[in-house]
Design a protein around this ligand. Sequence first.
Ligand code: ZN
Length: 81
Amino acid sequence: MAKFEQCKQSLIEKTRVWEYFLREISGESAQCMICQKVLKTSGGSTSSTHKHMKSVHSIIINNVKRSVSENPAHTSSYSIQ
Ligand SMILES: [Zn+2]
């Protein structure tokens, strides 16, 4: 149960992160669309991209929990069935 919840969260989180980054085909790095800096995302980790956005561009990529509770109607458009 808990595992399913985590997967769901990271899926949405990734979607949001990739609004600001271009993903390399290998999946090992991502390029910032704002400053073109390339960051390592080995193992599918997006923490470096979050950190970059926050520290370099002052952009905080919204937490999943918050966006879901704020806008529940939006969630249904993602319906994965
Ligand atoms: Zn950047």
